[in-house]
Design a protein around this ligand. Structure first.
Ligand SMILES: NC(=O)c1ccc[n+]([C@@H]2O[C@H](COP(=O)([O-])OP(=O)(O)OC[C@H]3O[C@@H](n4cnc5c(N)ncnc54)[C@H](OP(=O)(O)O)[C@@H]3O)[C@@H](O)[C@H]2O)c1
Length: 440
């Protein structure tokens, strides 16, 4: 079976009525020891439909990729394991209970169903039928290792499957750790080993979308002297690799990442998740005149792209973007450009809860000036460039007492960079225009 992640020999095993286990095999495994193996429980919503309520889809693709990269290994795909064995319909019923406040464990108990109804004997039999002598198990779940061992399989060790948490599934991942002994796939500490995925949830804090807009997080990487770029607009790379990995973790946790057209024209970023295993968020660009080039990397097909513009934007540009599959939406203008309230309200209506704004300077400035930033995450790199693009422009603040304040900032290290994160305290938005007096 050819896949974008590699070519697999596909074996199907019938285990009992209506139940099939698939084995996706790479390389010669018969008679082999230490075979990298994943036993993956079917999850239609996560694996096929890309649901972000769980991390199943990301785990499946990461496992297939690891096995393909190793050149030898097995992914056993166990049908009949939906919802840890309670079935698809009951899993969806449990989702309803979870939306009312129960965690993934309690929801099953409330329905008089076991929190864990899977058995791993069949998966062990499949692995034995492939004549594998011992495996290294790709899993964060010690119970799965124990189940396979109890079924007589030689499991040498567990190899973690790292996934970058999403703000929508972090509660589920934490429950799996607290209630079921899973290892947290995102690692424990921000300044851990660089090869680990960082847990960015501390940086995001308590994400509380409002009815009229998503929770807005502004994330910037600046020099010690407060610049986002040099005088020529160069910003690659201000922060180090570890900090950039954190940024990718933040993207993976978010529903959308948003930038102004200035950033697209200066940097041509892709705004995808590449440095951690996670889902790519929607990419949103604010572009009054549709200056965005059709070959801009942010428009590639790695994730959906959405460009906000005005009714005055040239129709042929709008058509060129639409024919690339890019969504183009029209909003009213304000003094700074597009009406940020209108953009955010539209994103909220589309179901988005968390928007990560990655710059640039003008967009960050108008968001702060409008009192629309809920949380700031600023990485400070130990470099000085002198003149350049200021991180945040004029907010009309003349007294320190009126400064935008970050409540109870958390401070982390990522390599040589310092990351400061906290909720923004604004009691009322500033008056529009360059001569605002105060935004406190
Ligand atoms: N270090 C970092 O973290 C980081 C991150 C991002 C960017 N950067 C750097 O920042 C620079 C780009 O920043 P920038 O300030 O020039 O551009 P920007 O903030 O990315 O984009 C600003 C443009 O967005 C459009 N826009 C539409 N509605 C807006 C609104 N309500 N408020 C503000 N802008 C709106 C405007 O262009 P139209 O009028 O044409 O619509 C405006 O000129 C580059 O040098 C880049 O390298 C650094």
């Amino acid at each position: 079976m050819p896949t974008p992640l590699g070519e697999f020999d596909l074996h199907a095993f019938e285990v009992g009525p209506d139940n099939v286990h698939l084995a996706l095999v790479v390389g010669e495994v018969a008679g082999a020891r230490s075979v990298l193996t994943r036993v993956h429980s079917e999850c239609l919503t996560g694996d096929v439909l890309g649901s972000l309520r769980c991390d199943c889809g990301v785990q499946l693709r990461t496992a297939m990729r690891s096995v393909a990269a190793e050149g030898r290994g097995i992914v056993v795909y166990s049908l009949g394991h939906e919802g840890r064995g309670i079935g698809l319909l009951n899993k969806l019923r449990a989702y309803v209970l979870q939306d009312e406040g129960a965690d993934t464990y309690e929801a099953n108990v409330m329905m008089n169903l076991p929190a864990e109804a899977r058995r791993f004997d069949d998966a062990a039999a499949v692995i034995r039928a492939l004549e594998v002598r011992s495996i290294r198990l790709l899993s964060n779940n010690p119970a799965k290792r124990d189940g396979l061992r109890a079924a007589g399989l030689d499991v040498e060790e567990m190899v973690p499957v790292p996934t970058a948490a999403h703000v929508r599934n972090i509660g589920y991942l934490r429950t799996k750790r607290a209630r079921m002994g899973h290892h947290l796939p995102s690692g424990e500490e921000l300044d851990g080993h660089p090869s680990h995925v960082h847990d960015v949830m501390d940086l995001l804090g308590d994400v509380r979308p409002r009815d009229d807009r998503p929770f807005v997080v502004v994330k910037l990487a600046q020099t010690l002297d407060g610049r986002l770029a040099t005088v020529t607009g160069d910003s690659r790379w201000i922060s180090g690799e570890e900090e950039r990995r954190v940024s990718h973790g933040l993207r993976a946790a978010s529903d959308a990442v948003m930038v102004g057209i200035g950033t697209i024209l200066a940097d041509d970023p892709r705004l995808t998740v590449r440095m951690v295993p996670g889902a790519c968020p929607m990419r949103v660009v604010l572009d009054t005149r549709l200056r965005i080039p059709t070959e801009a990397r942010v428009l590639d097909d790695a994730a959906p792209s959405l460009v906000y513009t005005t009714s005055r934007a040239p129709a042929e540009r709008r058509f060129a973007l639409s024919s690339l599959g890019v969504a183009v939406r029209t909003v009213p203008t304000s003094r700074e450009g597009l009406s940020l309230e209108a953009v955010l309200a539209d994103l909220r209506r589309s179901g988005l809860r968390l928007v990560l704004v990655e710059g640039g300077s003008r967009l960050a400035t108008s968001l702060f000036a409008s009192g629309l930033v809920d949380r700031a995450i600023v990485a400070v790199a130990p470099i000085i460039v002198g003149s350049g693009k200021e991180a945040v422009g004029d907010l009309g603040i003349v007294r320190i007492a009126d400064a935008v304040r970050i409540a109870e900032p958390a401070v982390h290290l990522a390599g040589h960079d310092v990351i400061v994160a906290g909720d923004v305290v604004t009691s009322r938005p500033a008056a529009a225009g360059p001569h605002r007096r105060s935004i406190a």
